[in-house]
Write a protein that binds this ligand. Sequence first.
Ligand SMILES: [Mn+2]
Length: 478
Amino acid sequence: MGLDIRYQAFIEEAGEAAERIRELISEGRFFSVFCHNDADGLSSGAIASVMLLREGARFSTRAVRGIEEILDSLPKLPEDSAIIITDMGSGYLSELRGAVGGRPLIILDHHEPVGEPDESWIHVNPHNHGIEGANEVSGAGVTYFVARALNESNRSYSPIAVVGALGDLQDKSDGRSLHGLNSLIVEDAVKLGLLEVSDDLLLYGRSYRPLHIALASTTSPFIPGISGSESRAVGFLSSLGIKFKEDDRWRVLAELSEEEKKQLYNGLMKYLASLGLPPSIAKELVGKVYELRMEEKWTYLRDAREFASLLNACGKTGKEWLGISVAMGARGETLEEAQRTLEEYRVRLAQAMDYVMREENRQELRHIVAIDGGDVIDERMISSVASIISSSNLLGEDKPLIAMASGDDMVKVSARASKKLVEMGLDLGEVMSRAAQAVGGRGGGHNIAAGAEIPKAKKALFLLEVDRIVGEELGGKV
Ligand SMILES: [Mn+2]
């Protein structure tokens, strides 16, 4: 079977980007690489860094929170430096035109393009070829195809591109497996013996981590009350009568009989239902396991989804460099610090989730559900909390979620909507922008996920405004 013609065109585009990069390297240019600070972004930054390192190029890599940081720093860069932006940029083509000046620019992204790129730029994006960027390839995947075209030996980074895709939840729409261009990357990794794919319950570290720890460390989907707490995971397994110890040895998920696995799965379904949560969350617990075969067991890098959690934790705690280094291949003390970062982050995330899942911390208006993390939830964590709630569907899909956390004198807002609401005409980016403006803040984003920053004193007013605009956009359909 031949390769899909759209894939061929995309891979050709990646090849052109590689040729341009080779040219710029031979001109002796210095490269400034930018990437987003989430798991996919850090994976992208790592692949781009390795790619340049291997060719002996001079470069620096920087992870940023948003496009503003890039737009601010571009004009300050030397006139002759080359710019590579990974996992972001496509959504801001006209803004970039003003900031980049005459510098060579290469954008490796999977977000939907807005505006037109300059003719001199290289713009690699699946959307250029009718390929869905939301779930067929990640920023790390796009960067990987370019790196692979530049040097065959970069195929060894295929597992990092898989990590990036899983970090962006690209397995969500397809029974928790990767598809599209992502499956070509998985193929590369499997062929090289770097990755093993199997079907199972998706608990982190299924083949090597003690069952109760595997259960407690699983956060995608998030199981309220169990995710983040080993003692409660032990209690839960005992209540199901599942043996988690054999003699003096902890059992692992892979050792459970089919019968026991079924028992565990049904127990989780019942548990979720007892919390009033849709049993559909449990479906998220079954699918493809992506195991990085060359990584040590007992590290958080062995399971690709957990690797992504580790990168995400580094990014959300201001330790982006740590995540990029680990993704590039650093181990030893660097890995230990990254693992500690993930452990601390998990505990804090579980506390934050405990807090927001308590009913008294929730406010239901006519068209929205609001959660106020106040000073309890770190403002840098609020978007992760909002993503977990919406991707695990913890509060239903009928009203958008507005999550808030207090910074110094501003309140950080993170909003999420279900696909269903977006199909009904909701555009959260617009809602956030308008409502924030009305109270002297600023906001924006995508139709399905958006955010804002507003003055602390205007919180109540802001919520009313959001509620009103959401009602207006949905035209009384809710
Ligand atoms: Mn991405």
